[in-house]
Design a protein around this ligand. Sequence first.
Ligand code: NAD
Length: 256
Amino acid sequence: MSLSLAGKTYVVMGVANKRSIAWGIARSLHNAGARLIFTYAGERIESSVRELANSLEAEGTLVLPCDVTSDEAISTCFAEIKEAVGTIHGLAHCIAFAKTEELKGEFVNTSRDGFLLAQNISSYSLTAVAKQASGLMAEGGSIVTLTYIGGERAIPNYNVMGVAKASLDASVRYLAADLGKHGIRVNSISAGPIRTLSAKAIGEFNLILSEIEERAPLRRTTTPEEVGDTAIFLFSDLSRGITGENIHVDSGFHIL
Ligand code: NAD
């Protein structure tokens, strides 16, 4: 049993820029010798994802579009992956979205549209991509998604995204129950707050960060590298007995 992922192929969904947690996961996977396939949503970030992917100077890296709001885009993307590599060994789902105006103030003001949008992109997308990806995991596999403590507790301003994370957390358990018989494991990492593009949308994010620095057992904020290294543990056979689980990588904040 080892943490080398040489000879294995992983799909990383959700790199937007170098601050993205998905990029932290991609670097850990790359360092472990894995081959990477990146997916992105929208032409606006395509060049940034291509630039980052090229910076790895790794042979066989692919970059493909995949807007998770479209079933057609998801099936086209995985058909292309199948054609290019045949088998994949894992997938990192690092995707979330909610309207900025619903990430501040009171949750009770959440609109129907905003609620459904957050659920669609941040939660249902895991099930949609797990269905397609599992078809390419002929040798078994590991799916990892990113969640946040705001799905377990009411965290100020996290609001509609907290409810989407609770639904994502439940989806991890149901997917793990379904896919386990095919040797496919499904787990989540609950990351501590990290300053990324998405995090900027959350009201008073700086206060959340300073609370971690002051109160979390490790007295420091979480880094994308820490999340990436936990992800490769979940991708490797070192974690072969773990599925349906959520691992907090948050300097211990969740115990308080
Ligand atoms: P990020 O903005 O770098 O990544 C979010 C990604 O979601 C972006 O790449 C964006 O393009 C993608 N996305 C949005 N709509 C999409 C769509 N329709 N189709 C495909 N992709 C779409 O921010 P991040 O913080 O790295 O977020 C990654 C994940 O980590 C999210 O699930 C987020 O909730 C989770 N997370 C973040 C933190 C944090 O503090 N940053 C903490 C815990 C969990």
